[in-house]
Design a protein around this ligand. Sequence first.
Ligand code: ADP
Length: 742
Amino acid sequence: HNRSKSNRPPPNGRPSNPPLPPHLSKRRDALLPFRQALPIYQHADSIRAALSTKNTLILTGETGSGKSTQVPQFLLSQPWCKKCIAITQPRRVAAISLARRVAEEMGSSLGNASPASKVGYSVRFDNAAGPNTRVKFLTEGMLLQEMLRDPELKQYSAVVVDEVHERSVNVDLILGFLKKMQKEGKRKDAMKVVVMSATADVEGLVKFFDDEEGDIGCKKIERVQTDGVQSAESEKAKGKGKQKSGSGGVENGVVPVTDTKSEPSSTVSTCFVEGRQYPVKTIYLPEPTQDFVESALKSIFQIHYKEPMPGDILVFLTGQDTVEALERLVNEYAQGMEEGVPKILALPLFAALPQHAQQKIFQPAPSKTRKVILATNIAETSVTVPGVRFVVDSGKVKIKHFRNRLGLDSLLVKPISRSAAIQRQGRAGREAPGQCYRLYTEQDYASLEPRTTPEILRCDLSAALLTMKARGVEDVLNFPFLDPPPREALEKALLQLLQLGALTETGEISEIGLKISKLPLTPTLGRVLVEAARPERDCLLDIIDIISCLSVENIFVNLVTEEKKEEAEAARRELYKREGDHMTLLTTVQRYAEERSDRKVWTEKHFVSHRAMQNVMDIRKQLRQNCVQLSLLPSSSTAHSNSNSTDPSSNPSASHDSRTRSILHSLLRGFAANTARLMPDGSYRTLLGNQTVAIHPSSVLFGRKVEAIVFSEFVFTNKSYARGVSAVQLDWVGEVLEEVGG
Ligand code: ADP
């Protein structure tokens, strides 16, 4: 051991020299008692011990028990942990807010703020990690991206996979890759893997990691320690450890204490952390409701008038749209409350919410005020909101679903699973006895699915397959999946990648596919971007602007009253383009970027969301950088140039036409499957699949009849809608379909 004393982390896991700025150390010290009171603190030693002898730990604990914030800090001081610890999160909000919190707890600045920063994060379009980062929160997608560059993840000593119960496609891929990595054993030092979950299928996970044949069930898990850590060993696994390891294998059933040179057995430990849970009284609706936003509003005010303070309310809704609608209603009603009634502070919480707004939910309410947090299912397990005694559960969630007939993913509002309902209910009893208002009947509850189907069994797999191909997995059908998706879905995804030109006829990844896999975009959008970079199209900067807009929820402010709608229509008229929504988005970005005076004023005048436009500009910058890295753009393009040589939308010359044409052709190349033609009866039918779609009312083409359309999104509410629509010529569609072999 030649590490100098000064850079060895002290045993409490805190950073040592150089001395901390006083405000950081003060905050760190103030937070310590809070950390020590977390249920997981009792398990620190056993978690460390488990990982010193085993490479894999499966850790289950209630939301709020301290898993995400404490586990990396427990491990930092371990002798095997010389490099960085990665912790994956399904959502950017959680990755960023956890990084901020852990930085505070460790008395460190965040990201690359100073060379001494120990905690960082990396999320799509925002990387804040420095050379000395030792704890890095990443979204699952970002870790997969890093695996493409470095398949053995050599910069990390450990990967902590958090929120595994959510079972996103990406988490399933990460688990598969980590298992493969451990099995292949190409790394010199051992890679430690911690799998964390609020409601784990522990048996399935142990089985998955413990044995390649999968024949070691939970029955063989034997308790080796009494404080919650168990070891899943079997004679067979011991034998395997011996077989595989060189110097440091398992001898006579004794597991050696790991140092980074030896290769310990590949068996798995498990650990359960009991959370604090007070009783929660559950109240059902007597009759089903047609409008859960209205029912939620009633419940909120019923609680507010009847129940004593303190006690904040957490409401589970479906998405940004319902959150914002209820926020407006709550604020409206709260204004009409009598004198003397405590105030209400409505706080939205959804994935696309900017940082400072998210931080508000962690601050205590001002005196004589009740906080009402209006959240998507992000608050189910991902983010813990303190102070909550009342939960209002809509019973609904917006999830991605693959619609087989259309061959497209779409977001659908669906009933939650019973296990999600229990999670939501649990949020009311963290700090004291609580109440949960379920906006559905008791019979409805009984008929819910027991648990949510993993995403990999219900989504388009093309992005997942491309990642696998790029990472060198040749036989995707035999990848170690925790739940293997149906063969049909895999084949469909392979076909889609073939049509995009991302795979060759023989199923290998193509030049184009490699480029797409390195972009933080879906294969479809990636294909659009690569197409735009071709010399004969030459419209990459414009396409980047459009894709940046498609990557945020909505750049136009949603309006409720008819009067406001008319006002907005008039103000936006100069932005609307007859070619459709994509050219409209492009014009908006370019006008915004060129605005010399006050951009905020400009957005207000045009009823454009300033917050969304700031996001768009960030994404645009990131995508330009990605394109420079892939040599699709010269390096001068990342300079803060705000306009793309000329504005096609304001130039009524022939060059405008050819540029617009290039843009639409590029869109078509990626979205060939999302094309529809006008039928004699005035409806639109998709060219592949022959399905009826209607142009969404939010489109600038709504109510127009054009010979063919290409659309970037498919929404299903009461019927099938195309959203993000451009008018194209039917013969262009024919050309592209011929190219994809459709
Ligand atoms: P788990 O991963 O088990 O759900 P966490 O480690 O995320 O638990 O959270 C532990 C506690 O730390 C929570 O109860 C919460 O109050 C607090 N906490 C987590 N993140 C933040 C944050 N960004 N700001 C303030 N407090 C936080």
